[in-house]
Design a protein around this ligand. Structure first.
Ligand code: G6P
Length: 605
């Protein structure tokens, strides 16, 4: 949700800011802008649409020669995407420029206050109040004015600020929105995340809530909420530039789909030692809990729906899964006997963070399953298990989701064993099957060729359905979401047994229904649902294990999935659906890595 960057050094700032914004574009892409300090004061350019529009404008604009500046790529919250609402925003006196990620909840009240004092606003954004406040409080000391300003803000913000009076310095502040400092040689940076900086530095400092910071070409200074300097540790990023590039693939999404065997391997390998699951330093007494609540958003919630069934099956403990935006306001029954599992790729999703806070307030223990090290969710949780998926750039998650499934599997096996509910050959068999998942995922990729052909036939239909039971249903929800997100083809996931209670009315001749049939013990039941939709003219694509030959007598099309342990098939079954969604989107000419109106990291409510 909005990407911000700041640079100071001795190179021309604009190309560095534009390159950083290009890499942050997955966070928001309805408009973009940069501001730089020049000999003639702060110069700013903005453009609606993608960063490439801004880059074109920069090419034809003279005088953007400064070596210190800030940039922003926007996902609109307050005010439509337009040049005037795009960031940076400038104070009325032209002294300050700001970029902001987050939402200022009390902006109307602050705006009215400033208007009474004669300040004129140009945009409809909440952000503009921050920069006008900065100018209002300014008495020659930027840091002091920044501290006074942020003290008046309610909501979330990561801001980077430049001031015409302070050449070569960028200021920043953070509250509930991600912000890191990139530490270079003779140059320093601020950014929403490391993908913007990885070409320049692998050394970062994570800013914490309430901190402010200032960077110049040769120094980084960080202050706590009381304005006292703080020493912070450098974190060295382990992955390299190649991980953040397309590597010859036309889209990040395809690259990330193809990387899944490797991502699963990286997630599993360090956790299975001598045939046993070992979860880092996870120090939880499972017998202390009488229930588990899983909360997350989007695909991470769908992973949670799979996790619910796997944990419940193996641990025989009640498990619920709920989207975080509902969970946070539900006043759910929780106690110190509740284990809450929060799942998030980015570790910055606002609703998930709020749900975790609610859980902690009620005495629950919070375990986070997260991909981004040092993220807000990782820091807030009592315990963390990382999904080692590497950087995920495409907005629609693939390897992030699959590695979440794998961590949930590992956790379920670990917990069940600790509870004395799993052991002997059953335990060993599950471990063997988990270890085989990387090669099974590769096999699933190899078997998915049919997805392309089907996409050619069905890409222009108005709608399709995904049906399944139990784990198949949980995966169907993710398959359906993938298709909607990137191809804009309407689709719905339905519990196969529920079809007859309404949705079957929408089945008409030629409608494509994907029937997920990996749940072997319920195969006969799903097969009758296939009959029901076929009787109404639907065309059925079945996803079924290689060992299931009967399916060829039922479905119009079959995509085979490798045989795996019955609890583990979601991690391979989703793969052909990801590829199907990708191919449909390709046929429809969609912007696959940046679907319209979406953002990868949703840091607002
Ligand atoms: C956004 C993304 C989804 C993602 C969801 C949760 O909506 O577009 O792909 O599943 O946020 O994100 P998280 O980072 O918490 O997993």
């Amino acid at each position: 949700m909005c990407g911000i960057i700041g640079y100071t050094g001795c190179d021309k700032a604009v190309p560095i800011l534009l390159e950083g914004l290009k890499n942050l574009e997955y966070r928001g892409y309805d408009s973009a802008g940069v501001a730089v300090q020049t000999a003639d004061g702060i110069r700013m350019i903005k453009a609606t649409g993608k960063v490439e529009n801004l880059a074109a404008k920069a090419e034809s604009t003279l005088g953007l020669y400064g070596v210190c500046g800030i940039g922003h790529t926007r996902w609109a919250t307050h005010g439509s995407p337009s040049d005037v609402n795009a960031h940076p925003h400038m104070s009325a006196d032209g002294r300050f420029a700001i970029v902001h990620n987050g939402i200022i909840e009390n902006y109307l009240e602050l705006k009215k206050d400033l208007e009474k004092k004669g300040v004129e606003f140009k945009s409809e954004t909440d952000t503009e109040v921050i920069v006008q406040l900065l100018a209002y409080y300014y008495d020659g000391d930027v840091r002091k004015s920044l501290m006074r300003t942020v003290a008046r803000l309610t909501g979330s913000y990561a801001v980077a600020v430049i001031c015409a009076d302070c050449p070569g310095v960028v200021y920043a502040a953070r509250m509930s929105s991600p912000l890191i400092v990139g530490v270079g040689a003779g140059e320093n940076y601020f950014a929403s995340d490391i993908t913007a900086l990885i070409r320049h530095t692998k050394d970062v400092i994570d800013l914490d809530d309430g901190e402010t910071a200032e960077i110049s070409m040769d120094g980084v200074r960080i202050f706590n909420r009381y304005g006292r300097p703080v020493e912070k540790k450098l974190r060295h990023i382990l992955w390299d530039i190649a991980a953040a590039e397309k590597g010859g693939y036309p889209h990040f999404m395809l690259k990330e789909i193809m990387e899944q065997p490797q991502a699963i391997k990286a997630t599993i390998e360090p956790r299975i030692k001598n045939g046993r699951v070992e979860l880092d330093d996870l120090d939880i007494d499972m017998s202390a809990f009488d229930r588990v609540l899983i909360t997350a958003c989007g695909s991470a919630y769908h992973a949670g729906c799979v996790g619910r069934l796997v944990i419940e099956t193996l641990c025989r403990i009640p498990v619920e899964a709920e989207v975080a935006s509902e969970f946070r306001y539900r006043n759910a029954v929780m106690s110190e006997k509740t284990l809450v599992i929060a799942i998030s790729q980015s570790g910055e999703t606002a609703d998930t963070i709020a749900a975790m806070r609610e859980a902690k307030k009620n005495g629950a223990t919070v375990l986070a399953i997260v991909n981004v090290v040092g993220s807000t969710i990782a820091k807030l949780a009592d315990h963390v298990i990382y999904t080692w998926a590497g950087p995920e750039i495409a907005v629609a998650t693939t390897k992030g989701y699959v590695t979440q499934l794998v961590v949930l599997d590992l956790f379920a096996v670990w917990a069940a064993e600790r509870l004395g509910r799993l052991g002997g050959e059953e335990y060993d068999g599950l471990i063997r099957s988990i270890k085989a998942l990387p090669s099974k995922a590769q096999r699933a990729l190899d078997l998915s060729g049919g997805a392309k052909e089907l996409a050619k036939i069905y890409h222009d239909r108005s709608s399709m359905f995904f049906i399944g039971r139990n784990l198949d249903y949980a995966v169907a929800m993710e398959g359906s979401l993938k298709l909607k997100e990137i191809s804009y083809l309407h689709s719905e996931a339905y519990a196969a047994g529920e079809l007859k209670h309404g949705t079957i009315a929408l089945i008409e001749p030629g409608r494509l229904v994907a029937a997920l049939c990996c749940c072997d013990r319920l195969y006969e039941k799903t097969a009758s649902n296939i009959q029901q939709v076929k009787a109404r003219g639907a065309k059925v694509l079945a996803l079924a294990p290689e060992s299931n030959r009967a399916i060829y007598g039922e479905a119009d099309y079959v995509i085979q999935v490798p045989d795996v342990h019955p609890l583990l098939f979601p991690a391979v079954e989703i793969i052909p659906m990801q590829l199907f969604a990708y191919c449909v989107a390709l046929e429809n000419g969609c912007d696959i890595d940046k679907p319209k109106n979406l953002a990868k990291s949703v840091t607002v409510e």
